[in-house]
Ligand binder design. Structure first.
Ligand code: CDP
Ligand code: CA
Length: 345
């Protein structure tokens, strides 16, 4: 057993974005393989293969904590906890603080920086802000997703989706419900393209962009409330492929009324919308690591494809959007085939 001893504090009873701060320290430590015990004054210490002692009230923001060896746990230059080996038990004399000091005198310990924030009544707003920012799929947050957010996701979608997730955090809505809801929105948006009026097309474009934004909320809520599931991750990806096809199909049906040749564009755009996620997901399945597509990549990820449809709807240039998706997506697919040849891991 790996034992985590967390010094209890009043502040752990406070709620932050749908969970108590007690759960917010317990759940990541349990994910890291620890049995978590809160203690008030001093504590007895049972035998364990390693001991994690957290002395200061903190909110851990890192998701996939790896805690091994003997370490001082440090955040913003302040030590908030310790990780010790099984020999800690032999040092224990009833006084935890003294035992820690004795252990540190006799053993050399490393330092591990952990992205976390010290909890106090004054700090809760900052903690909330940092917690929300830790949900975004970018390298900085230490998340290891299948792939990182594209440029539209980072600069536009996440800013809005995080606000929606903040609102949803206190409610009972599940990630899978959001996944299905987001898909239904994409179907409604797609259907509006078929009405063939500029106004309906405009609303359709806005709804598609809204769908792209809400597509971020299922994952955010899953990460925020420790509700991630394999089925949810799978469904999220699969319904995205259905939505991609339905959107492109309806846009193609709409623009092809002026020129039948647009079916060719639509067909190629639908293929591009499939081959980009496929090459990414297949990479993750085979290489077992996050797909990062190199420095000369063409940015044509889903957030960008849907944004092109949104712009096409606003400016009434949907055929150009289809053409861009078709050409850029297929070139990027070929580029990946060539670029990956020389990367052997
Ligand atoms: O933009 P994208 O949909 O790729 O990102 P996201 O929704 O922020 O995150 C996707 C990840 O969230 C999945 O890989 C799952 O880990 C998680 N997720 C989940 O557990 N259950 C869901 N219903 C949806 C997403
Ligand atoms: Ca999603």
């Amino acid at each position: 057993m790996k034992l985590a001893l967390v010094r209890d504090s009043e502040i752990y009873n406070r709620k932050l974005l749908g969970l108590t701060l007690r759960d917010r320290i317990k759940l990541p430590l349990e994910r890291a393989g620890f049995t978590v015990r809160f203690f008030k004054e001093d504590t007895s210490v049972e035998h364990a293969e390693s001991y994690l002692i957290i002395n200061e009230p903190v909110l851990i923001l890192e998701r996939d904590l790896e805690l091994n060896g003997r370490k001082l746990l440090v955040s913003d230059g302040v030590t908030f906890g310790y990780l010790f080996g099984d020999d800690f038990h032999a040092f224990f004399d009833g006084d935890l603080q003294m035992t820690i000091e004795k252990y540190l005198e006799r053993n050399s310990v490393g330092v591990q920086q952990i992205w976390s924030v010290k909890l106090s009544d004054e700090n809760l707003k900052l903690a909330e802000k940092l917690l929300l920012s830790s949900l975004v799929k970018v390298k900085r947050t230490g998340l290891k997703p299948a792939y990182y957010d594209g440029i539209i996701a980072r600069t536009l979608n996440r800013i809005i989706s995080l606000r929606i997730s903040k609102y949803l955090a206190d409610r009972t809505v599940t990630p899978n419900q959001i996944t299905v809801f987001s898909f239904l929105i994409s179907v409604i948006g797609s259907a509006l393209f078929l009405l063939n009026s500029y106004f309906a097309t405009l609303i359709a474009g806005i709804i598609i962009q809204l769908h792209s934004i809400i597509d971020g909320c299922d994952g955010e809520i899953a990460r925020l409330k420790f509700l991630e599931s394999k089925y949810g991750a799978w469904l999220d990806g699969v319904l995205d492929r259905y939505a991609d096809f339905i959107i492109i199909f309806c846009v193609t049906l709409s623009v092809s009324q002026t020129n039948g040749l647009y079916w060719v564009l639509g067909f190629l755009a639908a293929f591009a919308s499939f081959i980009i996620p496929y090459t990414g997901d297949k990479y993750v399945a085979v290489y077992k690591q996050t797909y990062t597509s190199g420095s000369f990549r063409i940015p044509i990820t889903r957030d960008i494809r849907l944004f092109l449809i949104f712009l096409g709807a606003i400016f009434n240039t949907l055929a150009i959007s289809l053409a861009l998706i078709a050409v850029l997506g297929n070139i990027e697919g070929l580029r990946r085939i060539i670029a990956l040849r020389s990367v052997e891991l």
